[in-house]
Design a protein around this ligand. Sequence first.
Ligand code: THU
Length: 184
Amino acid sequence: TCCLFFTPHGCLCRGVTNSVDGRRKTASAVFLRLVAAKRSEMEDFMTDYEGLIRQAMKARENAYAPYSNFYVGAALLTNFEKDGKPLIYTGCNIENSAFSPTNCAERTAFFKAVSEGCRAFKAIAIVGGGQGAPASYTMPCGVCRQVMMEFCNPETFEIVAAISESDYQVYKLKELLPEAFGAL
Ligand code: THU
């Protein structure tokens, strides 16, 4: 381990983000808070998205994108558990020669979940890019943001745009879709 704060969630030196200021926090800023924190408080404070990002990367391997050659994977974290693990639905983008039937990775994940009866969500990780490892953060399109708005609390739902398991940005839905139209 590379730091003193190796937790069940992993080493705190990597991938620690906080979406209050919207972006990455340095490990040292996190350390200052954690030194004073009790273990249970530490676990509340930490949101570890490594596992979720890993699942988005795996889902990206199934992306069907022969027209754009832009491959996207998403992993949607629900409020539920299955077999003692967080229940996650994954998705990839699925393109079509007629273009408009194309479905984004995020909506694939949402529609899988909702079609299975799940409508309570915490966060979604998104990984995208051309062939090979992603080089930049992929942000959800406007249509996907509106779908998120339908099923998520914009104040709490988190969007994790990732390049790798340890390099990601976290946004609240409210930040990405301000003044939104929605029934919630
Ligand atoms: N795409 C997604 O799947 N998610 C995004 O967040 C952005 C765009 C897909 C749609 C299309 O298949 C390809 O990426 C290029 O736009």
